[in-house]
Ligand binder design. Structure first.
Ligand code: B12
Length: 230
């Protein structure tokens, strides 16, 4: 976005394209500017996130896959994405919803991808969950320690690599060994994960995106609470 551009004069559809391009080019300040302009136009924080940032990251992902972009460029794009997310985070969390449950979330061992996990955290917080984010590259012991510390209703694990996703099973087995498995609802996600895989590793559900994570967590929590009171 060049400095001469007056964002306020641009159609929203075109502004979205500009944001995607700025994200692609790793221009964090410009992405933030674009996000603020969408919000000024009364686009909801959720639509700004999905149509502005996530859609932009999809383009980055496709070009990374096709060998058009490389790690340094993708890192810059990820930084720009995070800068945009930082603007939206408080707005998404600002629903005033009372705390409806607790979650521990982390990316599994060997994996440093955290954008999707951070998005899930933001959406879950926005839905009224208290979320303890234990970050990236977590081995089973770290997940287990966090569960002991926070006694969450929900455990979320993220993996973006086919080489790291099997580690989710190691974590679930660790929980079983420690007698913790039945205490938490286990949700798994990340681009290579799917429902049959979630079942195979002993998770309760696979969630394709952050909003599915919210609805799934709420639904499974309700089932669990009904079972306790029945
Ligand atoms: C950004 C990115 C990076 C950045 C990460 C920056 C960061 N801070 O996260 C950097 C440059 C560091 C990186 C590094 C690497 N990457 Co990378 N990366 C990506 C990229 C382009 C986008 C991922 C992303 O952020 N997407 C946007 C978010 C919003 O989507 P998402 O993560 O899928 O999350 C959503 C859902 O999946 C779900 N979800 C995610 N987690 C969870 C968790 C729970 C509990 C729930 C319920 C839901 C959920 O909800 C989220 C929000 O809606 C993907 C391409 C892709 N298509 O995924 C490749 C990709 C994942 N990377 C890939 C590779 C190969 C690598 C490297 C090995 C490259 C290298 N040669 O070094 C390294 C590995 C580093 C490591 N050890 O982890 C491959 C993986 C291939 C494979 N089959 O395993 C991909 C698919 C690209 C490709 N096609 O080649 N990467």
């Amino acid at each position: 976005m060049s400095e001469e551009n007056d964002l306020t004069a641009i159609e929203t559809s075109e502004l979205l394209v500009i944001i995607h391009e700025d994200l692609y080019d790793g221009l964090a300040d410009e992405v933030v500017e674009g996000v603020n302009e969408l919000l000024r136009r009364d686009m909801t924080p959720y639509d700004t996130l999905t149509q502005g940032l996530v859609a932009g990251m999809d383009i980055v992902g496709a070009d990374f896959r096709d060998g058009i972009l490389f790690v340094p460029e993708v890192l810059m794009a990820a930084k720009a994405m995070k800068a945009g997310m930082a603007v939206l985070r408080p707005l998404l969390a600002e629903t005033g919803a009372p705390s409806i449950g607790t979650m521990v979330i982390g990316t599994v061992k060997g994996d440093i991808h955290d954008i999707g996990k951070n998005l899930v955290t933001m959406m879950m917080e926005g839905a009224g969950f208290k979320v303890h984010d234990i970050g990236i590259n977590n081995d089973a012991d770290k997940f287990i320690a966090a569960i002991r510390e926070h006694s969450p209703d929900v455990l979320g694990m993220s993996a973006l690599l086919t080489t790291t996703m099997p580690y989710m099973k190691t974590v679930v087995q660790g929980l079983e060994k420690e007698g913790l498995r039945d205490r938490v609802i286990v949700l798994v996600g990340g681009a290579p994960v799917n429902a049959p895989f979630a079942e195979a590793v002993g998770a309760d559900a696979y969630c394709r995106d952050a909003s599915v994570a919210v609805t799934t967590a709420k639904a499974l929590l309700q089932v669990r609470r009904n079972a306790v009171t029945a």
